[in-house]
Design a protein around this ligand. Structure first.
Ligand code: ADP
Ligand code: MG
Length: 398
């Protein structure tokens, strides 16, 4: 790795500003207060936080949460995340209701070595998303060392992910960031073959660059989800009322030709009038009748995709195969999750990323058999596309 890591930094007695990705789903607890819905991203940050605390650093955690639009929004406060983190690390986690400013500086100056504080949502300040210099400097003035561990936000050049690093002498990668980059680079740069990529989800347009890039390295690119129907329509199939991006038919054609036989599309589908639990679902081959929507890949497609996945030495998956949120359209997605887990048990190097894909994977109960479950969605796609990640670029060269 060409950037400083935690191994290069002596954090003892230092104020360490750690940019974490605590952009987690929130729920309402029984007593009506907000609480953390899924703490995967919080757990993923623990190795870096523990490292800093165990080495006598003062951990100052900073993150965004949701889209408050540059002003305070009590519903998007990180206060409940501080409580949750406290139970995970069994330490008192202080919370600062300000992100920057004199009062925050005073509290931090009073911290003892090995203690931890979480600052309020960076996006309560309009300077976060604009990568404002004054806000970046204000963040930088809180600490001696900056560590970026927020892989999920690394594709954004915001104040707390990139701008702040410019005003720090030492800016290093956190452990999660290192793990993510190592695993994803193995997919992008040095995959063992056969390599199989599975791409699905809602839109072709979100993932064009990733489809293009992965179709160059993968031996097989298996397409599922709504994006299938844009490809199938382009090839002249009837797709009924399935979701199609009419303005992407030309791009889909260009990608399909360029991939020269690498792209596989579903040959049968689970269809219904609507993506709802009450809708009557049936399986059709080839063309989809008028008025019906393709909502999952069918059993023959599952068998074909599973065989490819089991044969792979490297396998990467982003994007559900269907509307997995509704049970009767979840089978294709669950089958792909299981095939990835089985291939991993046989030694394949497997990576799964994307918010919805990871929740589908978790739902299938196979997550702990996958070699690397990424915390990134947009960052993962950007990485595979070959785009540089501002959150990494901004750090100190090793
Ligand atoms: P990820 O978050 O893993 O990157 P996406 O956000 O791209 O995945 O896609 C997930 C969404 O795609 C899910 O909400 C799912 O319901 C939807 N989806 C998948 N297949 C279909 C389909 N055939 N028709 C409509 N929506 C679909
Ligand atoms: Mg999504």
């Amino acid at each position: 790795m060409h950037k400083l890591t935690l191994d290069d930094v002596d954090v003892h007695g230092q104020r360490v500003l750690i940019r974490v990705d605590f952009n987690v789903p929130l729920n309402t607890s029984e007593d009506g207060r907000p609480c953390v819905g899924d703490d995967t991203r919080i757990r993923a940050a623990l190795p870096t936080i523990r490292h800093v605390l165990d080495h006598g650093g003062k951990a100052i955690l900073v993150s965004h949460l949701g889209r408050p639009g540059g002003q305070p929004d009590p519903d998007l406060s990180l206060a409940c995340v501080a409580d949750h983190l406290g139970t995970l690390i069994e330490e008192r986690v202080r919370f600062s209701s300000n992100t920057v400013g004199e009062t925050v500086e005073e509290v931090i100056n009073g911290m003892s070595d090995g203690s931890v504080i979480l600052l309020e949502n960076t996006r309560f300040d309009s300077g976060e998303k604009t990568n404002d210099t004054a806000f970046s400097k204000a963040l930088a003035s809180l600490a001696d060392v900056y560590v970026n561990d927020a892989f999920g936000a690394a594709h954004r050049a915001h104040a707390s992910t990139a701008g702040v690093a410019e005003f720090m002498d030492v800016a290093a990668l956190g452990r999660l960031m290192e793990d993510e980059i190592e695993a994803l680079a193995r997919i992008r740069d040095t995959p063992a073959h056969p390599m199989v990529a599975i791409l699905g989800g809602s839109k072709v347009s979100d993932k064009l660059g990733t489809i293009r890039a992965l179709s160059e390295t993968a031996d097989h690119l298996l397409i599922g989800g709504a994006m299938s129907y844009t490809f199938l329509k382009m090839l002249g199939h009837e797709v009924g009322a399935s979701r199609v991006e009419a303005d992407r038919l030309d791009t889909a054609e260009e990608l399909y030709k360029q991939a020269e036989g690498t792209i596989a599309l579903p040959t049968d589908h689970v269809v219904a009038e609507a993506p709802e639990a009450e809708a009557e679902a049936l399986v059709v081959e080839d063309d989809i009748p008028e008025g019906l929507m393709g909502l999952d890949i069918g059993p023959a497609t599952v068998d074909a995709y599973r065989a490819r996945i089991l044969d792979a030495a490297t396998v990467v998956w982003n994007g559900p195969m269907g509307v997995f949120e509704v049970d009767q359209f979840a089978d294709g997605t669950t089958a792909v999750a299981e095939a990835l887990a089985d291939a991993s048990d046989d030694g394949a190097f497997s990576v799964v990323g994307g918010g919805d894909s990871v929740s589908a994977l978790t739902q299938s109960g196979c997550a702990d058999r996958i070699r690397h479950v990424s915390t990134g969605g947009g960052a993962l796609l950007a990485f595979f596309e070959g785009a540089s990640l501002p959150g990494v670029e901004a750090l100190t060269d090793a």
